[in-house]
Design a protein around this ligand. Structure first.
Ligand SMILES: Cc1cc2nc3c(=O)[nH]c(=O)nc-3n(C[C@H](O)[C@H](O)[C@H](O)COP(=O)(O)OP(=O)(O)OC[C@H]3O[C@@H](n4cnc5c(N)ncnc54)[C@H](O)[C@@H]3O)c2cc1C
Length: 388
């Protein structure tokens, strides 16, 4: 067993670390306050070649993989969770095409993402179907001109800035999961509208949107993989493979929060000395480090599993464990780090209230903490896989 990162991974991490410190950190508070999609950060990523890490080289990406993306997201999320999400959104909406798309779809829709010429969003959740994704009600009907799509998608990250959405709709409404198909919908398609943007607690640099599809007609070539009713398999493969990237957002955020609180505790004086000298504070820091280091091993291992092609049912509990643990670590560590600052931690003069708000969404997106416990407990109870 080798816990050393490869030279390539170290190089990517070093590039991301420099970008995070020099370009992302100085912008983080403003991005949150203005609730504005940071085009400048997108351009930095594009120029550094960071937008196609999980896109295969044959389709314009670097093919560096999920561990490379996790390391990059970790660095950026130390300062700005929104900027981490922008990188995640190079993988989440493109994975359905990478995993299930036709050759033509891969050639058309993947290179522009890697080059930063297009952006995409992933549309699964609906107002009445979140965790129970098989209950989606969007409908796609085959007609003369292709598929006519009707429905509504809720809380879609990056939906308002996307050039296309990989979205899922029922082609066989009588069936649940087996009646779902995936579609690539360019956002210029008549009948597609961004209905509204949500007012949200955190991660305010990348808006979530409600997307409406009203007799929105796409050519039959836009059916992902060219086969109906294969969409749910693609959804599961996509969500499983992106779990380590959500985990990396949590890991980076927790590291950033701890570093900030450490610096503060060395300066802040109480009862005749720095609060860093108080054992109560030192033990809080030690507990944060324990959680962060456990989250790191789980996150890197999960990303490595995905890079090995191991993101099907058999290994899904390890991906869920990483996602649940790292995102819950982000919430706990950002809360404790804020506590170290006392009243100042609660104020916008410091980044910890932002870290805390940002962390809170991570336990909800891409499978809530409860859903991951369902997956993990099923692996333990239904299969004899975990501890043979
Ligand atoms: C900031 C943000 C960004 C998002 N971005 C996207 C995106 O880009 N694309 C997209 O498709 N979706 C996106 N989502 C939606 C997200 O994936 C869903 O919110 C999530 O899947 C949970 O669904 P829900 O909110 O409908 O909650 P529900 O499914 O209604 O769940 C409500 C509560 O019940 C619990 N629960 C539900 N079922 C079970 C069960 N079987 N066992 C135990 N507990 C259960 C849940 O854990 C939760 O606590 C985003 C959400 C947020 C907050």
């Amino acid at each position: 067993m080798d816990f050393q990162l490869s030279e390539e991974h170290q190089l990517i991490r070093d590039v991301a670390r420099r970008i995070a410190k020099e370009r992302v950190a100085p912008r983080a508070a403003e991005i949150d306050a203005k609730e504005e999609y940071p085009e400048d950060i997108f351009a930095v990523y594009r120029d550094a070649g960071l937008l196609g890490l999980t896109i295969p080289a044959a389709y314009g990406g670097s093919g560096a993989g999920f561990l490379a993306l996790a390391l990059t997201v970790e660095e950026v999320a130390k300062y700005c969770c929104s900027s981490g999400l922008m990188l995640l959104l190079t993988a989440l909406p493109t994975q359905p095409i990478v995993l299930g798309g036709t050759e033509e779809q891969k050639k058309t829709y993947l290179p522009p993402i890697a080059k930063g010429e297009m952006r995409a969003a992933f549309g699964l959740t609906e107002p009445n179907a979140g965790s129970d994704a098989a209950a989606i009600q969007s409908r796609a009907v085959r007609g003369d001109k292709g598929y006519v799509i009707n429905g509504e998608k809720a809380f879609i990250s990056g939906g308002a800035v996307a050039d296309y959405v990989t979205m899922f709709a029922k082609t066989d409404p009588a069936a649940r999961a087996r009646g779902i198909s995936g579609f690539i919908v360019p956002t210029t398609t008549p009948g597609f509208t961004v209905e509204h943007l949500d007012e949200k607690m955190g991660v305010r640099g990348v808006a979530t949107a409600t997307l409406c599809f009203e007799d929105c007609t796409v050519p039959a070539e836009n059916l992902i993989g060219g086969k109906e009713n294969e969409g749910f398999k693609t959804v599961l493969g996509t969500l499983n493979s992106v779990r380590p990237i959500v985990a990396a957002r949590g890991l980076g955020l927790a590291e950033g929060a701890l570093s900030y609180a450490l610096d503060f505790a060395r300066q802040r004086e109480a009862f005749g000395g720095p609060i860093a000298d108080l054992q109560a504070i030192q033990f809080m820091f030690a507990d944060m480090a324990i959680q962060i280091e456990a989250a790191r091993v789980l996150t890197y291992q999960a990303a490595w599993l995905v890079d090995q092609g191991r993101f099907q049912r058999q290994d899904s509990h390890m991906l869920s464990i990483a996602k649940a643990f790292a995102t819950e670590t982000a919430v706990k560590v950002s809360s404790d780090a804020l506590q170290v600052l006392g009243a100042q931690g609660y104020m916008r003069d410091h980044p910890l209230e932002r870290h805390y708000r940002d962390a809170r969404q991570l336990m909800i997106v891409e499978g809530t903490s409860q859903i991951h416990r369902v997956i993990i407990s099923r692996a333990l109870l239904d299969r004899d896989l975990v501890y043979p």
